[in-house]
Design a protein around this ligand. Structure first.
Ligand code: GLP
Length: 240
């Protein structure tokens, strides 16, 4: 793993954006694996600005997102579909038909999992961006998820519901289930870029990089991938 320690959130966002920009500059048909959460917002702003300056173009780029809540329609402000449009897709020159997210608002969730896994089989991520849950989760793969998992439905842990409740009016509104890319789908990416910021991620960052490779810390599996770049700010790196 290549670990880059940035001074603060803004520098983390800039350095991580460079990694994505390089991928797009070298391959205009790149497949970007994208993530939600508050951590990537600064990075997405950097990509929007690079696109506005015509430094990069997303015209032929395709995207696959990690996860989505179950039960929220795409139009819901807390859905990850809405988040991606609001924070990135609506502000760059991407063809929205080239963007993909799993859908958590369908009757047959098993069929949706199979559809998304099949799609990922046809679209290997040139780079997969990952945030980090404070309990070491990646996408919505909670502690204990099998390393050979593909797209599946998850019951979110209390810890994750509590963490994510800050974005909702009330904790009772946070969905209790999600649909997520599995760990095997993430590990299939050619390159993986992990970003983390803040003291509440320090333990997870430590476990990911220096802990044993165990299913109780999903992010630790990344030690087995041959091309991982970790960009963290000083607070998130404070236990390394
Ligand atoms: C959610 C998402 C993850 C994300 C994590 C951290 O649980 N499913 O993909 O990495 O939150 O979010 P944040 O960046 O807001 O700390």
């Amino acid at each position: 793993m290549k670990v880059i320690i940035a001074e603060n959130y803004d520098e983390m966002s800039k350095k991580a954006a460079e990694v994505i920009k390089d991928v797009v500059k070298n391959d205009e048909n790149a497949v970007l694996g994208l993530a939600t959460g508050t951590t990537p917002i600064g990075l997405y702003k950097e990509l929007i600005s690079a696109c506005a300056k015509k430094e990069i173009s997303f015209k032929n780029v395709k995207t696959v997102n990690l996860d989505e809540y179950v039960g929220l329609p795409k139009t819901h402000v807390q859905s990850y579909d809405y988040f991606m449009k609001d924070n990135l897709f609506n502000h760059i020159d991407i063809d929205i038909a080239n963007t993909n997210l799993p859908c958590g608002d369908v009757k047959d969730l098993d069929a949706e999992c199979a559809r998304y896994t099949a799609l990922l089989g046809k679209m290997q991520q040139s780079v997969q961006l990952l945030g980090l849950g404070s309990n070491g989760h990646i996408a919505f793969n909670e502690p204990g998820t099998a390393f050979d998992s593909t797209t599946h439905i998850v019951n979110l842990t209390e810890n994750t519901i509590k963490d994510n409740s800050r974005l909702f009016d009330d904790i009772s509104e946070v969905p209790t289930k999600a649909i997520t890319m599995g760990i095997k789908n993430i590990m299939n990416a050619k390159k993986i870029l992990v970003i983390a910021s803040g003291k509440n991620k320090a333990q997870a960052v430590y476990n990911m990089i220096k802990g044993p490779v165990v299913e109780s810390c999903p992010a630790s599996v990344l030690q087995n991938h041959k091309d991982v770049v970790v960009v963290v700010d000083k607070d998130a790196a404070s236990m390394l």
